[in-house]
Design a protein around this ligand. Sequence first.
Ligand SMILES: Nc1nc2c(ncn2[C@@H]2O[C@H](COP(=O)(O)OP(=O)(O)O)[C@@H](O)[C@H]2O)c(=O)[nH]1
Ligand SMILES: [Mg+2]
Length: 334
Amino acid sequence: MTNATVKFTLESISEDLPKGDRRSLARAISIVEDGGPDANWLVQKLFPYAGRAHLIGITGSPGVGKSTLVDALITEIRSQGLKVGVLAIDPSSPFTGGAILGDRIRMQGHTMDKNVFIRSMANRGHAGGTALATYDAVRMLEASGYDVVIIETVGVGQSELAIAQTADTTVLVLMPGSGDDVQAIKSGIMEIGDVFVVNKGDLPGANKTAAEIISSLELSNTGSPWKPPVHVTNAETNDGIEEVWQSIRKHKEKLEESDLLQARRKSKVQAELIELVAEMARNNLKESLEHSPQVQKVLEQMLKHQLDPHSAANKVIEDIFQTNDRQPSNKVST
Ligand SMILES: Nc1nc2c(ncn2[C@@H]2O[C@H](COP(=O)(O)OP(=O)(O)O)[C@@H](O)[C@H]2O)c(=O)[nH]1
Ligand SMILES: [Mg+2]
C-alpha cells in the first residue's frame, strides 16, 4: 500500500498510534492542532497512555542556536537508547514558512531514525492557540512511546512562557554578548530556566556571558533545592552537549525526589484548565451572541443603557458555560 492510499479513521489512529505507527502519530498531531471534537475524542482515548515522558522546553531568542542544540541533544539522547520526539514551535512560521523549513533542514540528520520524530507545529486554527495544541501533541507523542519530548520555542512572549511551563525541565539558551537577554533574565524570566546554556561558545565573550548569568542567578537565589547550572556549548561540534544532557536528567531526578514535581504538575493542570475553560467560554459566547435570545436581550438592554456591562457579563456567564455536546465526526481521511 502506498502512502496516498492509506486510510485513517479516528478508530484506526487510536489503535495504531500506541503501537508506534508514525503515520497515525503524524495524523493525530494534525488533528489536535485543528482542535474540535475529533481532537477531543482522540485525547480522551489516548490520555491513559500519556504523562510518561520527560518534557524538555528549549527556549531563547531567534538565532541563538536552539535547533542546532536540539539536533545535538537528539544524538546524545539516542545514544542512551531513548526514543525522542521534538515539537518545534515558531509563532512566525505560519506566515513565512521559512523557520519551519530551516528547522527541518537543521535536524535532517535524524530523518532515517525511526526512534526520532520531529514535527513543526503551526497554529492551524485551534482557537486556544499553540499552547493548548502543544499540550495535546505532547500527549500523542507520549502515547506513541516517546521517552523524551523536546519543545523548541522562540523567545519569551506570553504563549512561549505558557509552553515553557508545560515542560518538566526548561533550558534557556543564550549566546555570547546577548546582553539584552541577560537583562531580560534579571528582570524576571529567570525562574523559568532550570538549565542555562550559552551556545556559540566558539565566539568571543562566551565565558563572560556565562559569568554574568551565574552572578545574577546567585543574586536571585530562590532557596530552591535546585541550583540552575550554566553550560557553555558549541552545538555545531557537540562540545558541552553531554554535560547539558546530564544536567537535564539531574534536574528531573531532583524534581522527583522533592515536592517540586507535584507542585509543577499542579500548576500545569491549573494553567491548562484555565485556558480550556476560557476557550470554551469564548467559543460559546460567540455562538450565544448570534443565537441566544437571552444574550440578544442583554445586548439590547446594554445598548439602551438599561444594563451596565458588568451586570450584563454576570447575566451571560451562565448561558455561555452551557456546552453544546458536539460529537466527533468519525470521518475517513486519506
Ligand atoms: N558559531 C556557531 N554557530 C552556531 C552554533 N550553533 C548554531 N549556530 C548557527 O547559528 C545559526 C542559528 O542556528 P539555529 O539552530 O537555527 O538557531 P535557532 O533560531 O535558535 O533555532 C545557524 O546558522 C547555526 O549554524 C555554535 O555553537 N557556534
Ligand atoms: Mg529554531
